[in-house]
Design a protein around this ligand. Sequence first.
Ligand code: F6P
Length: 342
Amino acid sequence: MKVGVLTGGGDCPGLNAVIRGVVRKGVQEYGYEFTGFKDGWRGAVEGDTVPLGIPAVRGILPRGGTILGSSRTNPFTLDEGVRQIKDTLAKHEVDALIAIGGEDTLGVAARLHAEYGIPCVGVPKTIDNDLSATDYTFGFDTAVGIATEAIDRLHTTAESHMRVLVVEVMGRHAGWIALHSGLAGGANAILIPEQRFDLDEVCAWVTSRFKASYAPIVVVAEGAMPKDGDMVLKDATTDSFGHVRLSGVGEWLAKEIEARTGKEARTTVLGHVQRGGTPSAFDRWLATRFGLHAVDAVRDGAFGTMVALRGTDIVRVPLAEATARLKTVDPALYREAGVFFG
Ligand code: F6P
């Protein structure tokens, strides 16, 4: 049995741990061979491969990024993309594919399996934690840890200068990183894409914090949007995923808060710092287990499935279920955090 492995979409701490888990178990227990496809679906389309055996995975467990490289190539947007993938699989005698990725990468795997019978198993990856059908994705815990540490540090600067500090974290469509790091870091406002925020309310929270002699921290997810009345439409753009966004929402917010409350405000955009570097212990544990179970799914012929975390168990779910819709923050969970705002 020869198995192809690829990593697609944004990089994410734990990708290498999955690859290592897959290869170690596949080679040692089942005698499989592996081929790595470079840069996600691009490598599968173009036949760009790398050898993937035990030597290639030695020492990679704590390393961020992915030894296979990544891209956002989607074969379904290319004229001959699917045919090229079939040719690559035939040429390299690959019997099954393990695709490690988020919504886009796994959406491709789901279609390749459902529409073309290509044997695919998926592994869920995203720092955003917004994939359905799994309690957590690896990378999320690391991102929350990095954001929380940043918030802790920013508290001291906010207090020393009695400033408002706005922290922009990742999360285009879902506010999981904002919610978890905001709670863990003791933020005074957490703004998420799932619920448009009221700028007057945010300014009232800020003012109330100063009255109590504290300097407020506002955590805002990059995809958060103000309510229509507050929107400066000219500042909104459509991102590469076709979603209307207020690009630079953190900067925009700090300016508005300063203008409306008269308090000095600054923004820190954490950006790709949240995605890079060594994975947390939890993410190494989860990613490794995902890898071990993904190769078991191949052995069992459980194609068209994705490995997922349910409680402390790793289970298999249909790829279609995992990619049908995004997992967003439940309104009740968000309301629960509201007691700390202001
Ligand atoms: O999906 C992961 C993610 O990091 C998002 O949180 C973020 O919006 C996006 O990727 C950024 O993508 P890129 O690195 O391609 O700009």
